[in-house]
Design a protein around this ligand. Structure first.
Ligand SMILES: [Mn+2]
Length: 324
């Protein structure tokens, strides 16, 4: 029995946790683990998944309706399983379940992961947490549902098998997974490519405002809270805008800001150049992430922080390019 199964075996009550604003890899790995444990132990374990609110498109994934958002569970879990979160703050208020749990294990691929779990399985060179997790699952209990969820993590975190950290291993795993016979076209259309009219309108506002800064090396746009309110849209519905801002010729970094609180904006960052490690930029601004994909926080009104961001980013790029 592997290190994961051993810990599951010993636990009666288990919770699965992931990072705030959960994405396909976070939800995919959490739901893969959920179904895997159900397949292996049936109703013998008390098993709960707690994640932050997520986009409704993920409801196409098996058991996504079982994901809970409440913080009042009095259970002290025997085992907390964390997925895809580089630090405890990323668990938001659900970190309580982790901190109280008697045992814990984390599967992740974020550089500098510092979640103080009893067991850490962290592999920064992996494209997705789902890829890190897979070797720890006993194949006898992987079914079509588990395979679907793992595939979604792989496909989404790799930008549908395009980003640089995509390896032969990623394709081999994807090929094993599609053998389980799920409708990957429909799943990816639903989760990645189909947009609501409201989303397209929000993208329209962001595109309209889009500009190139830092001598044309950085694309930048933002949305305001009143615009989200007007469209009756939430932050999960705009998390793909950064993808489009990255798909612009000649840029090195894409950036998109959106409100996460009063006078507080989250900046999504994507680099197209290994020499410009946006995780390092993000670390200076209450954030973190990977070399090519990171996020950080700025406080203030949008005009002030847009100006500040442009200045910080220009300095960052200049510093890196002079060090080459
Ligand atoms: Mn991930």
């Amino acid at each position: 029995m592997g290190i994961f199964d051993e810990r599951i075996e010993k636990a009666k009550t288990i919770c699965i946790l992931g990072h705030q604003t959960p994405d396909g890899d976070c939800i995919g790995s959490a739901l893969a683990i959920y179904k895997y444990i159900k397949n292996k132990y049936g109703e013998d374990k008390t098993l709960k998944i707690y994640l932050d609110e997520f986009s409704k498109k993920f409801l196409i994934l098996p058991n996504a309706d079982k994901i809970r958002h409440d913080l009042n569970d009095a259970t002290v879990f025997d085992l907390a399983i964390i997925v895809d979160a580089g630090n405890v703050e990323r668990l938001k208020d659900f970190k309580r379940y982790f901190e109280e749990a008697k045992d814990s294990i984390i599967f992740d691929h974020h550089e500098n992961n510092n979640v103080p779990a009893k067991v850490s399985v962290v592999s920064p060179e992996s494209i997705a947490t789902c890829e890190v997790l897979y070797p720890f699952l006993d194949k006898a209990y992987i079914d079509k549902d588990v395979a679907t969820c793992l595939y979604v993590g792989l496909a989404t975190d790799s930008g549908i098998f395009r980003y640089k950290a995509t390896t032969k291993k990623t394709f081999l795993l994807a090929s094993e997974l599609i053998d389980y016979g799920f409708d990957f076209t429909k799943i990816l259309d639903t989760i990645v490519f189909d947009n609501s009219i409201k989303q397209r309108k929000a993208q329209g506002i962001a595109f309209d405002r889009l500009k190139l800064i830092c001598k044309g090396k950085v694309s930048y746009s933002y949305l305001l809270q009143e615009e989200l309110d007007e469209l009756n849209i939430n932050k999960n519905d705009i998390d793909n805008i950064i993808v489009y801002l990255r798909e612009i010729e000649n840029i090195k970094i894409a950036s998109f800001a959106y409100p996460v609180g009063v006078n507080t904006y989250k900046f999504s960052l994507r680099s197209k150049d290994d020499a410009l490690n946006v995780a390092e930029f993000a670390k200076e601004h209450e954030g973190g992430g990977h070399i090519l994909a990171a996020g950080c926080i700025y406080h203030g009104d949008i005009d002030t922080i847009s100006e500040k961001y442009e200045k910080d980013m220009a300095e960052f790029i200049e510093g890196r390019e002079n060090n080459k």
